[in-house]
Design a protein around this ligand. Structure first.
Ligand code: NZQ
Ligand code: ZN
Length: 381
C-alpha cells in the first residue's frame, strides 16, 4: 500500500449550517454566487445564502444546467474576469459545483477554457471556491474533480485539479427537502457506483479502504430499504454524509480504480441526455458480467460482506444479480432502453465517441478496449 492523502475541504454538516458562510468567506472577498435553474429559490436556500452574505460584496450567475455546458459556463467566466471576482460560492448539486470549478479555473486562464478538458491546459491556479450542497450524489463538494459538457460536439469530459477543490462545503440535510424523487434515487445510485468503481477492482488487501467501502455500500442499501421513511433528518443526514464519503478520496487511496462505467456512461448522457446515475445503472451490470473473472475476488467479498451471502461457486454471479435487483428496487433502468429503436446505430455512435475521446483502454487493467465496450453495450440491450 502506498499513497499520499489529504482532504483539505472543511465540512460544515447539519441543519442551519448555511449561516457559517458568513465567516467561511473572508469579508474582503468579492463573491460570485453560482446556482442552477432556480430550485434554491423555492426551498429557502437562496434566502439563507443572502442573509449569510449580508456583509459581503456579491453578485450572482444562475442557469447552470444539469450536466453543465461550457457554452453556459463561459458566460460566468466573463463575469468573473470583468468583475475581478476572488471567491466563488457554488450553491446546488454536482452540476453547479462542477460548473463552478470550471469557472474558477477558466477565469485564471487567458486561453479557451475547453483547453482544460482536453488536457491542453493544466490547472494550477483557480479562484477560491466554497460549496453549499443541495443534492447528495457526486461528492464534488469535497473533491477535486469536475465533469463538463461541450454541447456543440456532444462531448462530456472530466478534469481533476487540486486548485479547484472547495475550501469549505456546507452539507445541510434540510436543503434536500425539495428534491424530486428522481434526483434522490439518482444520488443513492451514483454514490453506490462511486464506491464500486474504487472497490470492485483488484484485491489489494487494503483492510481500511475495503471495510469503509463496505460500510458505505451497506448504508446505501439500508437507506434504500428504509426509503418510505425518508422524510426525516436522520435519513437525509445519513445519505448526505455517505454520498460525500463515497468520493472524497479516502476509500480511493492506495487501491486500483476502474471508472469504465462512468466513462461509458458519460457518452450516454452527452448523446442521449440520460441522467448521470441512470447511465451508470444501465452500463454497470453488463460490465461486471463481462469483467467477472478479473473482478471475481472483490465481487465475492462484496457479496459476503455487504449482501451477507454465504460462499458458493457462483457467489460473484449472485452478487451481480443482487446489485441489479437493488437498481430495480429503486426503479432505475439496467438496460439500454431509452434511446430509440435503433440500438445498433446507438452503439456505433457511442463507440465512435469513446474513440474520439481517447477512451479506448478503460478499467483497472485497461482491459476494456473498444471491442470489449461494444460487447458490454450489446449485452445491455
Ligand atoms: O438546477 P436546479 O434548479 O438547482 O435543479 C437541479 C437539477 O435540475 C435539481 N436539484 C438540485 N438540488 C435540488 C434540486 N431540486 C430540488 N431541490 C433541491 N434541493 O436536481 C437536478 C439535477 O442536479 P445535478 O446537479 O445535475 O445532479 P447531480 O448532483 O447528480 O450532478 C450530476 C453531475 O455531476 C457529475 C455528473 O457527470 C453530472 O454532470 N459528476 C461529478 C463528479 C465529481 N465532480 O466528482 C462525480 C460524479 O461521478 C459525476 O460524474
Ligand atoms: Zn458518478
Amino acid at each position: 500500500m502506498k499513497f499520499s492523502y489529504v482532504n483539505p475541504t472543511q465540512i460544515h454538516f447539519g441543519q442551519g449550517q448555511i449561516s457559517t458562510v458568513a465567516t467561511s468567506i473572508p469579508k474582503d472577498k468579492k463573491v460570485l454566487v453560482i446556482y442552477g435553474g432556480g430550485s434554491i429559490k423555492k426551498n429557502g436556500v437562496y434566502d439563507q445564502v443572502s442573509a449569510a452574505l449580508a456583509e459581503h460584496t456579491w453578485t450572482e450567475f444562475s442557469g447552470v444546467e444539469a450536466n453543465p455546458t461550457v457554452e453556459t459556463l463561459d458566460k460566468a467566466v466573463i463575469i468573473a474576469k470583468e468583475q475581478a471576482i476572488d471567491y466563488i460560492l457554488a450553491v446546488g448539486g454536482g452540476s453547479v459545483i462542477d460548473g463552478s470549478k470550471y469557472v474558477a479555473a477558466a477565469a485564471m486562464y487567458e486561453g479557451n477554457g475547453w483547453d482544460i478538458l482536453i488536457g491542453k491546459h493544466q490547472v494550477t491556479e483557480a479562484i477560491a471556491i466554497g460549496a453549499i450542497l443541495t443534492l447528495p450524489a457526486t461528492g464534488s463538494e469535497s473533491n477535486s474533480g469536475s465533469v463538463i459538457t461541450q454541447k456543440s460536439t456532444q462531448t462530456k469530459l472530466p478534469f481533476m485539479a487540486d486548485a479547484v477543490q472547495p475550501k469549505f462545503a456546507v452539507l445541510d440535510p434540510d436543503s434536500m427537502k425539495t428534491l424530486p424523487e428522481r434526483q434522490l434515487v439518482n444520488g443513492l445510485v451514483d454514490a453506490w457506483v462511486h464506491v464500486c468503481e474504487q472497490y470492485l477492482t483488484t484485491a489489494t488487501g487494503t483492510m481500511v479502504q475495503d471495510g469503509y467501502a463496505e460500510v458505505l455500500l451497506k448504508n446505501l442499501l439500508t437507506l434504500a430499504e428504509q426509503y418510505d421513511a425518508r422524510d426525516n433528518n436522520e435519513w437525509r443526514s445519513n445519505l448526505m454524509w455517505t454520498a460525500n464519503q463515497a468520493l472524497n478520496g479516502l476509500i480511493g487511496s492506495g487501491v486500483t480504480h476502474d471508472w469504465a462505467t462512468h466513462m461509458i456512461g458519460h457518452e450516454l448522457t452527452a448523446l442521449y441526455h440520460v441522467d448521470h446515475a441512470r447511465s451508470l445503472s444501465i452500463i454497470q451490470p453488463s460490465l461486471l458480467r463481462n469483467q467477472i473473472e478479473a473482478k471475481r475476488a472483490k465481487l465475492e467479498q462484496l457479496g459476503k460482506n455487504v449482501f451477507g451471502f454465504t460462499a458458493s461457486a457462483d457467489l460473484a454471479e449472485r452478487t451481480i444479480v443482487a446489485i441489479e435487483a437493488f437498481y430495480h428496487d429503486v426503479k432505475v433502468p439496467t438496460q439500454l432502453t431509452e434511446h430509440g429503436d435503433d440500438k445498433v446505430a446507438a452503439i456505433d455512435t457511442i463507440i465512435k465517441q469513446l474513440e474520439a475521446h481517447g477512451m479506448v483502454a478503460l478499467g483497472e487493467s485497461q482491459a476494456i478496449t473498444l471491442d470489449v465496450t461494444r460487447q458490454i453495450l450489446e449485452d445491455a440491450v
